[in-house]
Every structure is written in structure tokens, then in C-alpha cells.
Design a protein around this ligand. Structure first.
Ligand SMILES: *Cc1c(COP(=O)(O)O)cnc(C)c1O
Length: 233
């Protein structure tokens, strides 16, 4: 794992240079879904502090087992209403807000002794490829609905683009989210500063296009065991 993490950090530095980005401006989040607590502990010992999970139940058992570590937890999966309370209580970031109703539930459940919950809006820019995400038609109304929600801190946008092989095509695809963020900042007088984009197969292109946070699973932990099946031990 050490050599994979070193390789990733080197690739991030190179992409920052290639994109004219400030060195160190891109945050690395390790996607630990379907990897067990020992793997997370090992990555922590190598120096990683930010970890992301897609399912509340799976995250919960890992958080309990790793409560002695100073981890920042990111939620990056689809959000069901009945999980909003747990998510608002236990995560530092939620990257996948797509609806006002879910945002209001997260806001209501965020404990007062914690800082506001950092959120990103997941945007669907490839309408045919994925159903997850708010559309361009709906994003204005969603942003407006967030302004009374003081327990949430809107930080930026997140996307999972349709898979593309060619790095230039990936770059162009990610640029759409960077442009959208600029447009929204101007139109709604916002200061969104987070672009959560880039996974193991496309993060160099995402960084060149302006990503500030990459979500990497297999590049750090190796190939995932069977998808969606997590066995506690
Ligand atoms: C699984 C997942 C990732 C990481 O995927 P890799 O290809 O393993 O890097 C990133 N973001 C989301 C939303 C995911 O579900």
C-alpha cells in the first residue's frame, strides 16, 4: 500500500504542475468502501486522514472500530432519508446532496456541538449515463433552498462523469463542472471552493481541470473485493 500511496501523491503533484495549480492544493480522500478496518488503519499509519464511504451500515462498524484515530469521514453514496440523522451526526463531509428534502433533514439532524456539515451538490452533467445528481435545470432551486439551512456549509460541486478512456476527453468533461462552479459563484454570490472530482482512472485529468479533491479507491487500496459485499470481522 505504501508504494501505491507514494505513486498517487507523485501523480497528484505532477498534475498540479501540469494544470498550473498551487502545489498541495488538491486534497486526497481515500475511498475505503468494501475494504476492512485493517486496511484503513494501515493507510492512516502511512499518513492519510480523509476516508470516504458509500453506505452508512458499513461505515458505522468501521467508525466504531477506528474511534481511536483522528479520521475525517466523507459520505459519497446515495442518501436515503432514514439515514440522514446518522450521516449528519458522524460525517465531516457529504459529497452527494441532490435534493432539498435531504438537505433539510441533514441540517435538522446536525448536532449543535459540531461545526456545520460540509456539503457538495452532486451534479448530473451526463444525463443519459447516470441518474444520480441534480440536473442543470434544478440546481438553482436547490441552491436557493439551502440558504436558510445554517447547519450546512455549501462547499462546492461533485460529479461522477461517464467513463472516458482518452485523457483529453476526460479533461474536457471535468472542465464543465469547473465552469459551472464559476457561473454559480457569480450568479448566486457564492464562494464555492471545492470541486470533488477525479477517481482512480481519471484523477490526473480532473486535477488539470480544477479539481480540489480527488476520491481514490483502487489506486490506494488495490482492486476492491466483490462489489457491495462487506464482511465485518
Ligand atoms: C467507489 C467510488 C470512488 C472510488 O473509485 P475508484 O475507481 O476505486 O477510485 C470514488 N467516488 C465514488 C462516488 C465512488 O463510489
Amino acid at each position: 500500500m505504501q508504494s501505491r500511496i507514494e505513486h498517487v501523491k507523485q501523480q497528484i503533484r505532477q498534475a498540479e504542475l501540469a494544470g498550473g495549480r498551487t502545489p498541495g492544493s488538491v486534497q486526497l480522500v481515500a475511498v475505503s468502501k468494501s475494504h476492512n478496518r485493517d486496511a484503513i488503519r494501515q493507510a492512516y499509519q502511512i499518513g492519510l486522514r480523509d476516508f470516504a464511504e458509500n453506505y452508512w451500515q458499513e461505515a458505522q462498524s468501521k467508525m466504531q472500530a477506528l474511534a481511536d484515530l483522528d479520521i475525517h469521514w466523507h459520505f459519497i453514496g446515495p442518501i436515503q432519508s432514514n439515514k440522514t440523522k446518522s450521516i449528519a451526526q458522524h460525517f465531516h463531509w457529504v459529497h452527494t446532496v441532490t435534493r432539498s428534502k435531504i438537505a433539510a433533514l441533514l441540517d435538522a439532524a446536525r448536532p449543535n456541538h459540531l461545526p456545520p456539515l460540509n456539503i457538495c451538490l452532486q451534479v448530473n452533467l451526463d444525463a443519459e449515463a447516470t441518474k444520480q445528481g441534480v440536473s442543470l435545470d434544478e440546481i438553482g432551486a436547490l441552491i436557493t433552498s439551502l440558504s436558510p439551512l445554517k447547519r450546512l456549509q455549501l462547499r462546492g460541486l461533485m460529479m461522477i462523469p461517464k467513463p472516458l478512456e482518452d485523457e483529453e476527453a476526460q479533461y474536457q468533461s471535468f472542465l464543465r463542472l469547473t465552469t459551472l462552479q464559476h457561473t454559480l459563484n457569480t450568479r448566486y454570490h457564492l464562494t464555492l471552493d471545492c470541486l470533488s472530482m477525479g477517481m482512480s482512472h481519471d484523477y490526473p485529468a480532473a486535477i488539470r481541470a480544477g479539481s480540489t479533491l480527488v476520491r481514490l479507491g483502487s489506486a490506494i487500496f488495490g482492486e476492491r473485493p466483490v462489489q457491495g459485499v462487506y464482511h465485518d470481522h
